[in-house]
Design a protein around this ligand. Sequence first.
Ligand code: SAH
Ligand code: SF4
Length: 361
Amino acid sequence: MTTSPWDQPAPEPAQAARPNVAGLDLAALRRLMVDMGESPFRATQIHQGLYQQRWTAWAQFTSLSKALRTRLERETELRWPEVVESAASEDGSTKHAFRLQDGTLIEGVHMPYPNRTTLCLSSQVGCAMGCTFCATGLMGIKRNLTAAEIAGQVVTMLNAHGHATLDPVNIVFMGMGEPLHNLDHVMHAFGLMTDPKGLAIAPRRITLSTSGLVSGIQRLGSFARRPRLALSLNATTDAYRSSIMPVNKVWNLDALAAALKAFPVEKDERITLEYVLLKGVTDSLDDARRLAAFARGFPSKINLIPFNPHEGSGYEPPTESRITELCGFLAGRGLTVSVRRSRGQDVAGACGQLVRERRLP
Ligand code: SAH
Ligand code: SF4
């Protein structure tokens, strides 16, 4: 078995003094009620309030007795990530900064489309993967996010934008962090998001994007219910991929291709290949030819992402004519290809631009 620096788990947040009820599933809520000497039925009411009504304060839980609300107020916390800053982009998307229990800041993006809303979530504070083109990669890893902090980005953004309970929502793990380096919490959050009696988001509407942690891809494939998979390929030769994505030194393109071929896709499922176009570096026709060969190995669709510039990165986005040319080339070879025009560029909310280091008081 291959071992890697990323087999080492990322740091966890310090435990709060009182249990946080936000982020508990029904079974955990039942245990809490039993521990408090209350009827387990109360757990169902709390669960509904948390995930269907998306209530954020005990005073809103009018289905519970006043006495129980007072006890919960005293003995527990009800803490979702708190929005401390929101930046609306001209294209309709909004980048939110959330403050967590320990003062750490993370970011999520709300992107409305005509027939759905897509929420881009962070899975860690920072990232340990060190990709050279990514602003988050440059800040290093601070810690994992908990399930409450991950699912809480959804609850908080849906509330902030006044969504109705069953509005169609897509989730993408394409914010800060490498979700396969925090798979336990991510899968717990996936359970909260897809619970039909809770947030009720269909599993096929949730996509996890990874830089290529093969051990994590294999583990993800072993879950009966799981998010869909996207791989950030970003380069087509081992020499170059290793130079911009250190993970490639542990699992190279052959190892990745083998893991994706073995991944148990469903009938209508395709693995998304994300490919960041860096001008003069990854946007040649030879790259497109190798990308096409890689993509044919399993059911796939290709997302070309023009590089989003950020300070000091040293890379540039490709020209429009080159994007059109590459797109045409890949489509002409029978591949499904789209160009992801990252949203929110004017507010630095696009892929790879999410970075937070400072702490608010
Ligand atoms: N860590 C995961 C998910 C978060 S990054 C991963 O790497 O897949 C989400 C996507 O943004 C990835 O496809 C990544 O390659 C891309 N990305 C990172 N920095 C970028 C930048 N500056 N411009 C465009 N895309 C970028
Ligand atoms: Fe981490 Fe993804 Fe950025 Fe790489 S691209 S540093 S894996 S967030």
